[in-house]
Design a binder for this molecule. Structure first.
Ligand SMILES: *Cc1c(COP(=O)(O)O)cnc(C)c1O
Length: 362
């Protein structure tokens, strides 16, 4: 069997090796029951106890206040782009959106069939190299919610503040930052995230929603996508993504064993700083994003001579550094360095980058 390599994939992304080993060890026989956890009814008391425990651990990790529901759904963050208006518009006819790149733009597009998406600020004029400041947000008091993406996974652009939106609920697509650093959940109306970046395998979507926002879904909202119905049914209105949920629970255990989210944040800070320092001190690599808005999860960089891109990718892969190619829409390189990517992966990447520069760009 080949050795596990350092995986910088943006998503589905690396999972902690210890978690995969545990899943492997109990794959065929979960809790001595003689069946795999993925072969069990989601209504089995043991399964229900396991997911209740997973939710309790997530609540502990994120310090989620009691007046928030945690939903374990399907459909990915992309489905949420449309489910947010279905569930949250109520009597309102518009919502505010901050545009900072590809994912926030997709959320804006998904609003069109339902109501008006008012773009209250955009980083487009700055080529998505700097996020709009709080004072630049032209917020509307009658908006149903304000939507933003704290970390643009593709561009590598991140907010360095949480927008203040007064009494209008703030909604955040945290697909690529959730659990990477402590946040104050009480500042948000809804937090949602696809699992496959920083939680677990694809197929599971987390929605953390303040209770007072429930119960105003449009009548034509499909039942499995109605937040209030799912909340009332412990996310088991229909069959949930049982194996992904189980694995997410193992990741929560692992995070607690690592010291929780603040310990991860320190490590993530060190990882990102090491990589950006290597980029900034080189002549071959560059990242032009405003320093305060550089993503700690998705580090994008380009080579001074794009003709070297293919060689950079093939040589890095041969060194066991996988999936460094930037998103097809922006080109260049991207190293996604979520919680499960260890510091040793960054050290190995930096060593490779320096060696590559010496050999090709001296
Ligand atoms: C990956 C990602 C998405 C899309 O997630 P899907 O599960 O493919 O729908 C949306 N938003 C952000 C910020 C992402 O990183």
């Amino acid at each position: 069997m080949s050795k596990r390599q350092f995986n910088f994939c943006a998503g589905p992304a690396a999972l902690p090796t210890a978690v995969l080993e545990l899943a492997q060890a109990e794959l065929l026989d979960w809790q001595g029951r003689g069946v795999s956890v993925m072969e069990m009814s989601h209504r089995h008391p043991a399964y229900m106890a396991m997911v209740a425990d997973a939710e309790a651990k997530l609540r502990q990790l994120m310090d989620i206040p009691a007046n928030y529901k945690v939903l374990f759904l399907q459909g990915g963050a992309t489905a949420q782009f449309a489910l947010l208006p279905l569930n949250l518009l109520g009597q309102k006819t518009s919502a505010d959106y901050i545009d900072t790149g590809i994912w926030s733009a997709k959320a804006i597009d998904a609003m069109a069939p339902f109501a008006e998406a008012k773009v209250v600020a955009s980083s487009q004029s700055k080529n998505h190299l700097q996020v709009p400041s709080q004072t630049q947000l032209e917020l509307n008091a009658d908006a149903a919610f304000v939507h933003y993406c704290p970390n643009e996974t593709i561009g590598g652009l991140a907010f360095d503040y949480v927008p203040k939106t007064g009494s209008v609920p703030l909604v955040a697509d945290m697909s690529s930052t959730i659990l990477s650093e402590p946040i104050d959940v009480s500042q948000f109306g809804v937090i949602y995230a696809g699992a496959q970046k920083n939680i677990g395998p694809a197929g599971l979507t987390l929605v953390i929603v303040r209770e007072d926002l429930l119960g105003q879904a449009r009548d034509d909202t499909p039942r499995p996508f109605n937040y209030a119905l799912q909340a009332d049914n412990d996310s088991m209105l229909n069959t949930p993504p049982t194996y992904s949920w189980y694995l997410a629970g193992l990741v929560f255990d692992w995070l607690l064993a690592q010291g929780g989210v603040s310990a991860m944040a320190q490590l993530n800070q060190a990882k990102a700083q090491t990589l950006y320092q290597a980029i900034d001190s080189s002549r071959l690599y560059s990242n032009n994003i405003a320093v305060a808005n550089r993503s700690k999860m998705n580090v994008t960089f380009s080579l001074a001579d794009a003709a070297l891109n293919a060689q950079f990718l093939s040589e890095s892969e041969a060194c066991g550094l996988l999936n460094l190619k930037g998103h097809r829409s922006v080109g260049g390189m991207r190293a996604s360095i979520y919680n499960a990517v260890p510091l040793e992966a960054i050290t190995a990447l930096v060593a490779f980058m320096q060696d590559f520069e010496q050999r090709h760009w001296a």
